[in-house]
Design a protein around this ligand. Structure first.
Ligand code: MEV
Length: 344
């Protein structure tokens, strides 16, 4: 028996970081997918194969130190923290006992703000639950399980990313709770991922999981400037509320302006390094109604993603301009489908 669970990438449209402190956030699923395949194996334990994730891959026994890395073992081992934690969680909470092979393949770039961690976690536990006869179709339970794992690995984590990986579509995080918004339209977004990791000998150790570090940096800034931070966070919360209304009315001009303002707030909390800042400015001046960093942002010289909302008829111009910076540019759609679990 082979189980395949696939989930979408996510983009936070409004409210990232501030959502960790109880403010509202709006996120959507993008039409890039990650899948985890679980099948039986002759031996005990868990054999993991990670293939096709942009920038890295590895082949290892989760219970031993031995791995055959496609690029770099040390960093690859960190990147599979979510899979290892998901497996340990399933052993502890659901009593699964191994004897399986897990094969991960993905179109979602790793550690780039597009939800690869949550996607990996949700797809891994969905596939394991179904393989071990524990799948009852309860998406809410699955999302809560995945969120516990993400918190354990990442420290402070909001439910945003795991909710989108699970449900797809659009979700609004409000007062710490998750609301699925089913009345919002699909829109086009151009994404630009800046990747400063030169793929090749000698540079691989620059690849690292960064969400935890960025969330901690923001906490330090919040503690140093608590009342200023509170004002910025409240403004972000209001932007999210206004964005839902603009999107519902399909008022893309207003939505774009709200994105530009949200970007300024993210810059003010220190998660926008130079190259992402330049990419946002370029997009704003090259046919985008609005542009902003999405997700955790980036460490200086790290990987991160910008989302830009193209004005009607200007997508080509926007894509070409963003591509000239060396960013990996994609033309994507929002409101993509959530978790799909299939048996072969
Ligand atoms: C990461 O994709 C989004 C953050 O807001 C963290 C979180 O919500 O857990 C930075």
């Amino acid at each position: 028996m082979k189980i395949i669970a696939s989930v979408p990438a996510k983009a936070i449209l409004f409210g990232e970081h501030f959502v960790v402190y109880g403010k509202r956030a709006l996120a959507t699923a993008l039409n890039l997918r990650l899948s985890v395949e679980v099948s039986g194996r002759a031996g005990e334990g868990y054999h993991l194969i990670v293939e096709d994730i942009p920038l890295f891959g590895l082949d290892m026994e989760l219970t031993s130190e031995y791995a055959q890395p496609f690029i770099n073992y040390d960093e690859a081992a960190r990147a599979i923290a979510y899979i290892r934690s998901a497996v340990q969680y399933m052993e502890r909470e659901y009593g699964i006992d191994g004897g399986v092979e897990l094969r991960v393949s993905s179109e979602i770039p790793l550690s780039a703000g597009l939800g690869s961690s949550a996607a990996t976690t949700v797809a891994t536990i969905a596939a394991l639950k179904r393989y071990f006869g524990l799948w009852n179709g309860d998406l809410d339970e699955l999302r809560r399980d995945a969120h516990k794992i993400e918190k354990a690995v990442q420290g402070n984590a909001s439910p945003t990313d795991t909710a989108i990986s699970t449900y797809g579509g659009y979700v609004l995080i409000e007062g710490g709770g998750v609301k699925r918004l089913r009345d919002l339209p699909e829109i086009e977004l151009v994404t630009g991922t800046i990747c400063t990791i030169p793929v090749g000998a000698g540079h691989e150790s620059e690849l690292r999981l960064k969400t935890r570090e960025l969330v901690e940096r923001v906490k330090t800034r919040k503690e140093a400037f608590s009342s200023v931070f509170e004002h910025i966070a409240s403004a972000a919360d209001e932007l999210t509320g206004e964005a839902v209304v603009a999107l519902r009315r399909h008022d893309l001009t207003r939505l774009g302006s709200l994105m530009n303002i949200n970007h300024g707030l993210l810059d003010s909390i220190g998660v926008v390094p130079r190259r992402l800042s330049e990419l946002v400015k370029l997009a704003q001046e090259s046919g985008a109604l609005g542009a902003k960093v999405t997700g955790a942002g980036a460490l200086p010289d790290g990987t991160g993603t910008v989302i830009a909302l193209p004005a009607a008829g200007h997508s080509d111009e926007l894509r070409i301009a963003m591509g000239l910076t060396g960013a990996i540019v994609r033309d994507l759609r929002t409101n993509a489908m959530g978790l799909v679990v299939e048996e072969e």
